[in-house]
Design a protein around this ligand. Structure first.
Ligand code: PRP
Length: 177
């Protein structure tokens, strides 16, 4: 891609070898948040992409989807809906389990946060296997939303190249270093 902002975003992400465990190259987006221009560019790219797509819901995945989703929601005039880890939301919830490397995890969405037929995007910081975002898609579909696309700052080439997650388009800004 020829957008010079993508190179700045890429360089603002700090890569930490062997964190949180041996062999993992951790993509630390806290340094992106410290860089006002790179952070703003990240939000602007998403806002420019989604502002005229009649999106009324930006769903962010706990925890790091919460760092980007609300800014994008405000920028496009949509509501922000948190998809949370289990037992955090006080009301009635839809739940979706998903597989991790070891075991399973779960995301929850408040019943009533989204009306059937609403057009939604799902945002997270990073897509690796795609399991987390796919659970997010399924969760929004439980509420009757139409998932238009998933958006991520960082995506591994294997998933980025596929360009879809369980049939939904995937939009990724940069690959991990
Ligand atoms: C990371 C990341 C994504 C997910 C991507 O979250 O922020 O949500 O993993 O992995 P996947 O594509 O293989 O599903 P993590 O599980 O570390 O949770 P956290 O953000 O709450 O720390």
């Amino acid at each position: 891609k020829g957008d010079p902002r993508l190179q700045r975003i890429y360089q603002a992400i700090n890569v930490v070898p062997h964190f949180p465990k041996n062999g993992i190259m951790f993509q630390d987006i806290t340094t992106l948040l410290l860089d006002h221009n790179a952070f703003k560019d990240t939000v602007d790219i998403f806002v420019d992409r989604y502002r005229d797509m009649h999106i009324s819901v930006v769903a962010g995945i706990e925890a790091r989807g919460f760092l980007f989703g609300p800014s994008v929601a405000l920028g496009i005039g949509a509501k922000f809906v948190p998809l949370r880890k289990p037992h955090k939301l006080p009301g009635e919830v839809f739940s979706e389990k998903y597989s991790l490397e070891y075991g399973t995890d779960c995301l929850e969405l408040h019943v009533g946060a989204i009306q059937p037929g609403e057009r939604a995007i799902v945002i997270d910081d990073l897509v690796a296997t795609g399991g987390t975002l796919s659970a997010g898609i399924r969760l929004l579909e439980c509420a009757g939303a139409e998932v238009v696309e998933c958006a991520c700052v960082i995506g591994v080439p294997e998933v980025k190249g596929r360009c879809t997650l369980i049939g939904k388009p995937l939009y990724v800004l940069v690959e991990p270093r």
